[in-house]
Design a protein around this ligand. Sequence first.
Ligand SMILES: *[C@@H]1O[C@H](CO)[C@@H](O)[C@H](O)[C@H]1NC(C)=O
Ligand SMILES: *[C@@H]1O[C@H](CO)[C@@H](O)[C@H](O)[C@H]1NC(C)=O
Length: 405
Amino acid sequence: MHLIQLLAASLAVSVSYALPVQEGAKKTFVMSRKPAVQYRPQAKSATLVANVTDPSVSRDSCGSVNMGGRTLWTCRDTAVRLPGTDQFGWVFTNTVGWTDHHPDGSPSIQTGGPAGAGSNGTNNILLMKGPQPSLPTFYALGSNQCPSSGVCADGTSRWTSWPDSPPMVSNTAQDGTATAYTWISNNHITSSGFQVLTTQPSVTLHKMTYKPNTNVNVVPTVKPVDTSFWKAGEIAYGTYGNVVNGGYAYLYGLLYPSGVALARVPVNSIEDKTKYQYYVSGKWTSTKPAIINPAAAVPNAGTTGQGTFYYCSKAQSYIWIGQNSPSVWADFYISTAPSPEGPWITPYLLYSGPNGDAELPSYSLQAHHHLLRKTDDGIYLTWTQYFKPSTYNAYVTPLVYVSFV
Ligand SMILES: *[C@@H]1O[C@H](CO)[C@@H](O)[C@H](O)[C@H]1NC(C)=O
Ligand SMILES: *[C@@H]1O[C@H](CO)[C@@H](O)[C@H](O)[C@H]1NC(C)=O
């Protein structure tokens, strides 16, 4: 879709949702039991803390989650540094890495380290560790998806298996064993130009389990539960974001042509499609709405740009932080709501970070609330900074702490 069409479509959508009429009664009810003034943090200060990196690889579009007492980062395209050079090659479509945090939860930043992607040997890094030197694709490509690299033999197209959101931990057992899930769109794109060959593709549900292990080369075991959990043309619930709270997993997915839809499922029944409910016209229903149904939209639950949902117990608020849409800049927008269904406030600008100088200067904006200490009032943010190869020949993932007022 052209940018102008996209703009026109999202404008049309937001105008129709601005009508208060059909929502009036419901809103009064919600407001009467929730604070009337919604949480609306602003940035007080911002600190560029470090680059998140394993300098021996160049990693695109990383998100993170606390799993089994460690921080697991799941990333998209990952290229291996050719030893003794500043060149990277041999791309894997997705990989994972671990970073350490202090007992209080804050990231374990080090000054200096190996030189490579995002590290000149002296700047601050949050060091990613993990299987070396080999980097198997973490979320496997399907048997029809030109395995194992995803690049098809004729070279004209590729399957991506790109995670849009980090794993969603559904359960942590007494012994620390974590169970987690990720929904990944079965994207098929042209090798040149990133044109989508299947609009609204099917979605694979991947399940992970991880028993805490001191060996950083041990990563979660992961297997696809269903390679067509959501069918082509259905709303890809879970890909746009998720949040677990109060025994439910809340799963967000994008509508077509625009808007954000919401489903929920008891957190122990992620694999059971009969247990899913969908939020349509302000009510939960077991009938899955069509991807073109505007009544399935939760207004302002994200801009439709990439981001992260989380729950802040201190503020008793659900929060989404991510990129505006459309945008190619490190401008972090924020919206908040007293419940996953809303009402979400109109997203507003929280923080603007440094950009790259390539065609897509900044993308994959993410928030990392699990890195906060109990005493912190703020949020950790990352994004992919993308440069022209002549400027800098690797993806850079800056980590910024933004404190709130
Ligand atoms: C991250 O890496 C880039 C490229 O080497 C560098 O310019 C930048 O200063 C680094 N940022 C931090 C916070 O160390
Ligand atoms: C490494 O990067 C840091 C942060 O950008 C900078 O202050 C420092 O001078 C650089 N060191 C070298 C050896 O280039």
